[in-house]
Write a protein that binds this ligand. Structure first.
Ligand code: ZN
Length: 124
């Protein structure tokens, strides 16, 4: 599997043992490389490196992909979330339900519907 480099602009400046590479007399701290990383969609070796990138490039990235200049709206029509009543004395048929975060309306659902991540009352 191909190795990829951490995209953190200062990754090589974190002086950990695993970053110290090269032969004796010719050692340098180097950007980490792995087959996979956990952070930032697999682009960063740590939250530090992720944050370093964001600090340096966020403004440019947002300007490139489109900066919000007005609020987005989550309408009542799309404000349904799944919820679960943990009380053991609740009738099974009312244990799982949708609640609308704007109107506060509740609608019961089955456990299967609750567990189905594609099942929603919101606009697909
Ligand atoms: Zn890194």
């Amino acid at each position: 599997m191909a190795l990829k480099f951490c995209q953190g602009p200062a990754c090589h400046q974190y002086t950990t043992k695993d970053r110290l590479r090269g032969t004796k007399g010719n050692k340098t701290f180097q950007t980490r490389r792995r087959t996979s990383f956990y952070y930032g969609k697999g682009n960063f070796c740590s939250m530090n490196c992720y944050n370093d990138w964001a600090e340096k490039f966020s403004d440019r990235a947002i300007d490139h992909f489109g900066r919000l200049t007005e609020p987005k709206h989550l309408t009542e029509q799309d404000a349904w979330v799944k919820d679960y009543d943990w009380r053991s004395n609740v009738d099974d048929s009312h244990r799982y339900y949708f609640v609308n975060k704007i109107s506060k309306e509740q609608r019961p659902m089955t456990e299967e519907q609750y567990r189905d991540s594609n099942y929603t009352l919101n606009t697909p």
